[in-house]
Design a protein around this ligand. Sequence first.
Ligand SMILES: [Zn+2]
Length: 403
Amino acid sequence: MAGPGGQDQQKGRMVIRNIGLLLSGKLEQPILDADCVVAEHGKIVAVGRAGLCDTGNATIEIDAQGAALTPGLIDSHVHPVFGDWTPRQNQLGWIESTLNGGVTTMISAGEVHMPGRPRDIVGLKALAITAQRAYQNFKPGGVKVLGGAPVIEQGMVESDFAELAAAGVSLLGEVGLGSVKAGYEAREMVAWARKYGIQSTIHTGGPSVPGSGYIDADTVLEADADIIGHINGGHTALPLRQIRCLCEGCGRGIEIVHNGNELAGLTALRYARELGQMERVILGTDGPAGSGVQPLGILRMIAMLSSLGDVPPEIMFCAATGNTARLRKLDCGIIEPGRAADFVICDRAQHSAGTDMLDSVRKGDLPGIGMVIIDGMIRCHRSRNTPPAERVPVVVETQARPE
Ligand SMILES: [Zn+2]
């Protein structure tokens, strides 16, 4: 869906001032000493104190009213099909609804719910290329969906991966959902994918639905995919000692999902902290799935892992933004010049027991979203899905016209 005037990206200059709390998405400095962000043509150009930033010539100016600003949330694990429809729960508008939960980028772990999904090699390649193109051309609600994640099957050869990469495919769907289930087979194909710049993720744990597979820790370690997909199961988790082996036995991404086992997710988080490797922790929903669509899934993961896992909320926001961007090599997820102007402006929900936004999340409440911005364009104002925020940003009238 194109924005106002048919564009996908801001033309001109956006100034956001009066930010009460600026979360960076960066683990090494999760809270910035800043109250102002300036973006031009959809990219951040300045971050700092308003008195020190050049805030002139704004095409659009937003007064955050003292609310918090975070990078747009990234869902590391979704199963889109086409457009804003999911056949899994026969639901329309699920991506636009998730935008109202603060998600600005989604990463496909395979278009596996496609009715009649082709499993022959030419067919699976064609589907991946089509899905990649379709989501590049169509952003539901403005959300950037990185689609086109083929599910690898036995019989694929190195040239198939070269061909997929040359056609623009940059992801593999969850390894293990197709006929490639043995560690040694997966390892060879994952290495071919990596050679051509295609990222990989692997299904971890028991079968998700009838027909899906079981993948244990030894297989995950042997396959050596970039991301340990849903380390907490989707939904059936591995025994906790195997989850410890995965955290200790490799340096790959530790993906914790909403549609998984909560105890296993909290345990994986604890192992990552004990190892001093929080930069490996990334969040996803694994929606749509048997558990349905979760428009607030990433916010719920942040609140659940922060409150029950006793991790500062600003750190969990990093797991939903900058950690994912860094592991996935995305240009969003962090508030710094040069990155995409993808922002969520949020505040403590009305009547939360928390003293401020972060304290409310620490106590397990969800923040209220007042505005979501993607590539410098306002894509929603007060969220229709979160509890209402106490303070919501307002757009200030400006004189400058778009260039
Ligand atoms: Zn899975």
